[in-house]
Structures are given as structure tokens and as C-alpha cells.
Design a binder for this molecule. Structure first.
Ligand SMILES: Nc1ncnc2c1ncn2[C@@H]1O[C@H](COP(=O)(O)OP(=O)(O)OP(=O)(O)O)[C@@H](O)[C@H]1O
Ligand SMILES: [Mg+2]
Length: 263
């Protein structure tokens, strides 16, 4: 059986395309026959609704992070084939305070998902993070093999990135998470018609080199419409540019994981 690859999709900047990337990469990996678990770790619960689930009390990881229950029974089916999900709900917002009081609180998520990782029932676990570097995102980075970093093609794209890349470095060199690496950087909301998008993409590539995926996600209105129908874009509009791009990105992610995965 293939080992599980745990990827945190994070960037402390808001609205850069984290959730859109989680929903659609998960759906495209599922379409390619991979078994995927999405963990929605953002109290906004956008990945939860975007994958066809409504918010329900008691369904999130909150009580698991407080070590009041196990992860058993929290996994639900999503609307996308081969994609399961542990949803989020508003109570997760409380985790920022409550979990931080606990000893070893950064390890909470990695301990919680250990049975799922050991069972190898998923090829990918994708964690959608909130737009901050608080307790939830730090738990995700501590649990992950790789950071998938979405960068929006806009003016201040590179600003603040050194903070999160530095955290990855620190987690690796301290013993908190020796396995973590930057799995890849994805440029989002790319608009080929504008000079700005092209300049930003070029700047990010010159800074991060090979880490940047060749696939860039175009600005595509279908991608922003799909979540209101509770569907990934491949189910909402199978032929739009957003669909094609996320399929291509999923392919790149699969080939990169095969090169880097530890047996
Ligand atoms: N490629 C795209 N083309 C058009 N709209 C997009 C694209 N990617 C994301 N969007 C839209 O931009 C907004 C922000 O995207 P998204 O929610 O994925 O970002 P986020 O980083 O998860 O935000 P937050 O930090 O609030 O969690 C959403 O309304 C989404 O539908
Ligand atoms: Mg989000």
C-alpha cells in the first residue's frame, strides 16, 4: 500500500486561494482514483460547504484537539468521489485559545491523525488552514509532510512569505517535525492578460525556483461560483479553464509526491 502524504495548504494571508485549492485538488486526485481525506481546520468552514456538507455541531476536530474524544467517527463522505472529509464548524475558533493551554498542544493534530496515517487508507490527507499562523495552522504544519503554499498573483505576493517559510525551516531543524518540506508553491488567480500577473509569477519563480509548480491557476469565475453549489469545479463545469488547471496541478502534485515519498 502507498504511504499517506499529509499536505497542509497554508498561507497566513487571507483570500489567496487556499480553500479553492484544497477543494479542487482533492476532487481531481479523487477523480484520478486516489483516496483522499480533507481536514477542514478553518472555523470559516469553506472547504466543508464547498465539498457539499452543511455545518453541524460536534463534527469538527475541536474535541479531538482537546483530547476529549478520538478521531474515530468524524470522517464523512463528501460530494466528490473518493474524497472524504472531517468538517469544520465555528467551535474550532475556540481552539486557538483552549488548545493553546494544553501541554504539547502543537502535536495535537499529528497525534490525532496517526491512526489514519498508519492505516494507509488514504494516499493524501489535505489540511485546509485558516488565514493566520495561530494554533490551528501550527498544528497542521506540525502534522504535515509538506506545505502546499498558494500565492495570489498580486502586487504584494511575496510579502510575509518569509515568515511561513521560516516556520517550516524551524519545525524541521527543531525536532517538532523533521520531515516537513515545502511540497510546492502554486500561483493562483493568474491573469495572463495583465503585466502584473506575469511579473509576479516571474518574481516568485526567481525566488523559489523548482518549488513552484508549472501549472498556474487562472482567474476563472467558474471557480468562484462552484462553492455556492457545494461542488468542486470539475463537477460544476467539467470543461472550464479552472477545471483543466486543477487537473493539471493534481497531476504535478502526484508526480512530485512519487519522487519524494518515503516508503
Ligand atoms: N482562480 C480563481 N479565480 C477566481 N476566483 C477565485 C480563484 N481562486 C479563488 N477565488 C475566489 O477568491 C476568494 C478567496 O479564495 P479562497 O477562499 O480559496 O481563499 P482562502 O485563501 O482560502 O481564503 P481565507 O484566507 O479566507 O481562508 C473566494 O471567493 C474564491 O471563490
Ligand atoms: Mg480558506
Amino acid at each position: 500500500m502507498t504511504p499517506t502524504r499529509v499536505l497542509a495548504i497554508a498561507n497566513q494571508k487571507g483570500g489567496v486561494g487556499k480553500t479553492t485549492t484544497v477543494i479542487n485538488v482533492a476532487a481531481c486526485l479523487g477523480e484520478a482514483g486516489k483516496s483522499v481525506l480533507v481536514i477542514d481546520l478553518d472555523p470559516q468552514a469553506n472547504a466543508t460547504s464547498g465539498l457539499g456538507l452543511s455545518r453541524q455541531q460536534g463534527t469538527s476536530l475541536y474535541r479531538v484537539l482537546l483530547r476529549e474524544r478520538t478521531i474515530h467517527g468524524l470522517v464523512q463522505e463528501s460530494i466528490a468521489p473518493n474524497v472524504q472529509i472531517i468538517p469544520s464548524e465555528l467551535d474550532l475558533a475556540g481552539a486557538e485559545i483552549d488548545v493553546a493551554r494544553m501541554e504539547g498542544y502543537l502535536q495535537g493534530l499529528s497525534m490525532a491523525i496517526l491512526p489514519l496515517v498508519r492505516s494507509k487508507q488514504y494516499e493524501y490527507i489535505l489540511i485546509d488552514c485558516p488565514p493566520s499562523l495561530g494554533v490551528l495552522t501550527m498544528n497542521a504544519l506540525t502534522a504535515a509532510h509538506g506545505l502546499l503554499l498558494p500565492i495570489q498573483c498580486e502586487y504584494y505576493a511575496l510579502e510575509g512569505l518569509s515568515v511561513i517559510t521560516h516556520i517550516v525551516e524551524q519545525l524541521r531543524t527543531s525536532r517538532a517535525n523533521p520531515e516537513i518540506e515545502i511540497q510546492g508553491i502554486v500561483m493562483t488567480m493568474f491573469d495572463a492578460r495583465t503585466r502584473l500577473s506575469q511579473d509576479v509569477a516571474e518574481e516568485v519563480r526567481s525566488h523559489f525556483g523548482e518549488k513552484v509548480y508549472k501549472t498556474m491557476i487562472p482567474r476563472n469565475v467558474r471557480l468562484s461560483e462552484a462553492p455556492s453549489f457545494g461542488k468542486p469545479v470539475i463537477q460544476y463545469d467539467p470543461h472550464c479553464t479552472g477545471t483543466l488547471a486543477y487537473r493539471q496541478l493534481a497531476k504535478e502534485i502526484m508526480s512530485r509526491t512519487q519522487q519524494t515519498s518515503i516508503p
